[in-house]
Design a protein around this ligand. Structure first.
Ligand code: SF4
Length: 751
């Protein structure tokens, strides 16, 4: 699944049926080679693969698209139909009208990988046929992945592993909740708990919610209004600069743009970071703690004290999860948080961090070659509904199209493998479903899944894929800091009814399209698996001699000895010899490329892209006048019942962790809402019904609804499933054109 962990499951099988799931019980559980124990989601796998929604046969839509009416067809009919439609689409509209939608249901696999699109068997099939329209970014981290490379030069900006908290004085978490997103034996929460025991670090969690991570490890929770982290950082910088607490020597050696002396050539005076912070820049506004208090909701005195604490702790570990950046100003937030370690000299040191997500240690392993995509055009992962509706209007400077100035075709054919983003996980489900219901726009949707999900209902051809327990594969884990591992995910039962692997499905289409040899290279799925294993043995000669022995072993762990690796250590020690890939060779607090983009791109009204990591107030943010009508901000947090929408249909998990709207007593009481009441949450985009959890664990003025619940609209279009995306917006963020799914204003009423 797309969980930040990858835990080990062991299945008891009786007469070809899984009757019980257990987890790892090997070893002495010493930290660093500890057991990879599963959470309750993994342990409920039996209820998942035998859920009533499980697909059994290939099917073809017979009602209107989205109505959910299908008839059973044979595999021969299904593959013929797909091949015929695919050929017609390519002949009529070209390869760039075929799109592989985002799907992370099989993220942990190698041969059945469902994301990134370029690593999937569907990509290999399409590459044999002339290519497809690709996407960049992802729903998890689109904004930070786009923003930080401008600052650091690398395509992916690493951090020190979370185990380095054992070597720090103070750890500050922004919107990071590994207690839910990276839990259990396979996740970094285990590393964090261990680091907390080993060291003496104080831990502060900054988040609108008092999260499970905050409960487990934090000394203090500082609630903050969603979308205002950059305002807080600016005010912290104001205190540090005013009180001369910044590390000027490190700033001079490692960065550009902190002060007027280090601005790039050609940039007018008054545009440095210091000028912005002290109110000497174009906006003439000092980013004082009093200014930030009115935006963030954090008291002025606490901001002043926090600045002194961060500046005084040597070292200090500053880390951000991906919640803070999933906002309309997320690119700014991501860069702003990464400015803090630069101001305080914490980049490239043991016990410090980049301010980005905590790092991990990778384990190399073989992969399934998917060939080169002849098409170089890509859209943002979030813009596919627009590419259906107004494809040929979309341009590079307005819509973030890459590889071309303008799209040459709208999306006419969608492959959706192991993904629930066609409806459920994409924003504004109401708009999405209206676009998809018009069959003259996107002409064909092929869905390959285990279940009749809200997205699968929109398929034209619906194919039953095998579950993880019904096919051999490998599952990589690279997120841990103390160990990395691969799980040999052995097939334990035969495919459910007529389910097929994605490899066999693609091979079937390839045969009909005349590219079978190019797709398979004469190998069966099993032969490819053995080849990948042999390739991996070259990298790891200590792996067992045969695949059978590997499956018998179950998993392969790699323990990392020594102190946690330090990101950007070499750069810090000798920035001239180890220049970054930025134009200046240094970390760019002021980024000239962004300055140019901000002056040349066509942006939506109110949007800005700035060279500095400024705080930008946004639509549906804390200061939007729309709050008169919809006074509450709402965010969608990850929840232990599901990994995104996966496991959303498992009855046991629904009973353990029911879908609930978090609301503070100060917001509930004036609305007459009591704990356990059914409520209606709504804005101009839609409405959803859910039960209220009245709790001081969410700050006043903010609601939180666990994301991933299955969208279940009634006849009036009101969602009955508590689905966050009944409320979210499809307006993309300015730079990455990513998903601002935590930027929303709503009202709530007792139902
Ligand atoms: S859902 Fe995540 S934490 Fe739970 S068992 Fe699976 S991989 Fe582990």
């Amino acid at each position: 699944m797309n969980c930040g962990s990858r835990c080990v499951l062991r299945a008891h099988v009786t007469k070809g049926v899984v009757t019980r799931i257990e987890t790892d019980d090997l070893g002495d559980d010493t930290f660093g080679t500890h057991q990879i124990r599963a959470c309750l989601r993994g342990r409920s796998m039996r209820r998942r693969i035998y859920a009533p929604e499980r697909l059994k046969y290939p099917m073809k839509r017979v009602g209107k698209r989205g109505e959910g009416k299908f008839e059973r067809i044979t595999w021969e009919q299904a593959l013929d139909e797909i091949s015929g439609r695919l050929k017609k689409t390519i002949d009529t509209w070209g390869n760039e009208s075929v799109y592989l939608n985002y799907g992370t249901g099989n993220l942990g696999a190698v041969l059945s990988k469902s994301w990134p699109p370029s690593s999937t068997p569907v990509a290999r099939l399409m590459n044999c046929l002339g290519g497809y329209l690709n996407h960049y970014g992802d729903y998890s981290a689109a904004q930070i992945e786009t923003a930080l490379p401008f600052m650091f030069g690398d395509s992916w900006v690493e951090g020190n592993p979370i185990t380095d908290i054992a070597n720090t004085k103070l750890a500050v978490f922004f919107g990071n909740n590994p207690g839910v997103t990276r839990m259990s034996g396979g996740g970094i929460m285990k590393d964090l708990l261990h680091a907390r025991e080993q060291g003496k670090a104080k831990i502060i969690v900054i988040d609108p919610r008092y999260t499970d991570t905050a409960i487990s490890v934090a000394d203090e929770w500082i609630p903050i209004h969603p979308g205002t982290d950059a305002a807080l950082v600016s005010a912290l910088a104001h205190v540090m600069i005013s009180e001369n607490l910044v590390d000027r020597e490190a700033l001079r050696r490692l960065t550009v743009g902190f002060d007027e002396d280090t601005l790039p050539p050609g940039i007018p005076a008054g545009n440095s970071y210091t000028s912005y912070i002290l109110g000497k820049g174009p906006d003439k506004t000092a980013k004082s703690p009093a200014w930030a208090a009115g935006i963030t909701g954090i008291p002025e005195q606490r901001i002043i004290q926090l600045a002194r604490e961060i500046a005084g702790a040597k070292p200090c570990y500053i880390v951000q999860g991906w919640a803070s950046q999933r906002q309309a100003n997320g690119e700014q937030t991501a860069r702003a948080i990464c400015t803090l370690p630069l101001l305080t000299g914490n980049l490239g040191v043991q016990g410090g961090n980049t301010g980005a997500r905590e790092g991990g240690v990778s384990l190399k392993f073989g992969s399934f070659p998917t060939l080169q995509n002849p098409v170089k055009t890509a859209i943002s992962v979030f813009m596919w509904t627009d590419a259906i509706e107004r494809g040929k209007e979309m341009t590079d400077k307005r819509d973030g199209v890459q590889g071309r100035e303008r799209l040459v075709a709208p999306i006419k054919f969608i492959w959706n493998f192991a993904g629930n983003c066609i409806v459920n996980q994409h924003a504004d489900a109401g708009r999405t479903t209206r676009i998809l219901q018009d069959e003259t726009k996107c002409e064909t949707i092929v869905v390959i899944d285990n279940f009749m999900t809200p997205s699968a209902r929109y398929a034209d051809i619906l194919l039953p894929g095998t579950s993880n327990l019904e096919e051999d594969d490998f599952a990589m884990h690279n997120n841990c800091s103390a160990m990395s591992f691969v799980v040999f995910t052995q097939k334990v039962v035969e495919p459910f009814f007529e389910s097929r692997t994605i490899f066999d499905i693609c091979a079937g289409v390839a045969k009909r399209m005349g590219v079978e040899q190019a797709f398979t290279e004469g190998r069966t799925r099993d032969q490819w698996l053995r080849k990948i294993y042999e390739d991996s043995r070259v990298m790891h000669p200590d792996l067992p001699a045969t695949l059978e022995e590997a499956f018998a072993m179950g998993f392969y762990k790699h323990h990392h000895e020594g102190p946690p690796p330090v990101a950007y250590k070499a750069f810090r020690e000798d920035p001239e010899k180890n220049r970054l890939k930025t134009p200046s060779g240094k970390v760019e607090i002021f980024c000239k490329k962004l300055w140019e983009i901000g002056h040349t791109w066509e942006l939506a009204k109110g949007d800005r892209i700035t060279a500095l990591p400024e705080y930008l107030a946004t639509w549906e943010g804390i200061s939007d006048p729309l709050r008169k009508k919809f006074p509450l901000q709402i965010i969608g947090h990850h929840y232990k019942q599901r990994t995104h929408s996966t496991y959303g249909n498992v009855d046991w998990l629904k009973r353990i962790a029911p879908q609930e709207l978090w609301i503070n007593p100060l917001d509930a009481e004036p609305r007459g809402i009591k704990h356990g009441d059914k409520v209606r949450v709504f804005n101009d985009r839609g409405a959803t019904m859910v039960v209220a959890k009245v709790t001081p664990r969410i700050m006043p003025g903010v609601l939180s609804l666990p994301q991933g619940a299955w969208y279940t609209p009634d006849a009036n279009g009101v969602d009955q499933g508590g689905c966050m995306n009944a409320l979210t917006s499809q307006r993309p963020t300015p730079l990455s054109k990513g998903n601002p799914q935590h930027t929303n204003l709503v009202e709530v009423a007792k139902a």
